[in-house]
Write a protein of this length. Structure first.
Length: 258
């Protein structure tokens, strides 16, 4: 996969894209990342990338021409390509969206700044707008990094342990269970005994029940998307959790429809 980032602050990306999983994925050529400075494509002595909004009002608007020229200069790697504008007005980003993006051959992430981007650029060239949450950042750069990281870890071979992305929070509409490592006692707190038992089936059951309890407490809305196997339903019934889970799932489904 190839990801291209378009920004007026290209230095923003230097360190985050050269550390950890993304660094390894780039070295292994699992992902190819291109960083493009929009200002390099702006005309005139001052290479202006923004201007005052028509109709008046606060702040500045990103000009359509430098964005278009910068986008045209992005090499195409063929295949399935998506142009995404990071913006607080976008569709909320989610694990599901990350999975969808990971199925593309090329993502072009455009980092908006100021009061927004000239709508004619978006209308002509942008496939979708994406928001990473209901808050306003100073620009789309941090959001583009969030999307890049979430997508990169889903690419085959990007993670050390092949199946650990499948056990991430959200991959199954459940939050991830608690984790523990050595020592067995810390600040008078013990690791749950079942995790030291060596009984893999009991560990898996404990973790599943913990995931459900945590999701019920913190994000019951997620349970609307949970499909349970017969065995899991039996486990939840034995733990006295099945009715709560079914109620939360129903409430969540009604919330989604509303
Ligand atoms: N730019 C500013 N705020 C943003 C947000 N919440 N998500 C994506 N891009 C943004």
């Amino acid at each position: 996969m190839r990801i291209d980032l378009l920004s007026i602050f290209p230095d923003f990306f230097t360190t985050p894209l050269n550390e950890g999983i993304i660094r390894r994925a780039r070295q292994a050529q699992i992902i190819d990342i291109g960083i493009h400075n929009i200002r390099d494509h702006a005309e005139g002595r001052h290479q202006m990338t923004d201007d005052r909004p028509y109709g008046g009002g606060e702040g500045m608007v990103m000009k359509a021409e430098p964005l278009t020229a910068c986008l045209r200069a992005v090499p195409s790697c063929g295949g399935k390509r998506r142009v995404i504008l990071l913006s607080p007005r976008g569709v909320p980003f989610s694990q599901e969206q990350a999975l969808r993006y990971a199925g593309h051959d090329q993502l072009i992430l455009i980092c908006g700044r100021y009061e927004g981007v000239d709508e004619r650029f978006s209308e002509r060239f942008v496939d979708e707008e994406c928001s990473i949450g209901d808050y306003v950042l100073s620009g789309g750069e941090l959001a583009a990094l969030v999307v890049t990281d979430a997508v990169c870890r889903l690419l085959p071979g990007a993670l050390g342990c092949a199946d650990s992305a499948e056990r991430d929070s959200f991959s199954r509409s459940l939050l991830k269970h608690n984790q523990y490592t050595r020592p067995p006692v810390f600040a008078d707190l013990e690791v749950p005994a079942v995790l030291l038992s060596g009984d893999h089936a009991a560990v898996a059951r404990h973790r599943f029940v913990e995931s459900v309890r945590l999701t019920l407490a913190r994000r019951p809305d997620l349970l609307a998307g949970l499909n349970l196997s017969r065995e899991e339903r039996k486990t939840l019934k034995e733990e006295g959790l099945l009715a709560q889970v079914e109620y939360a799932a129903m409430a969540g489904q009604m919330g989604r429809q509303a």
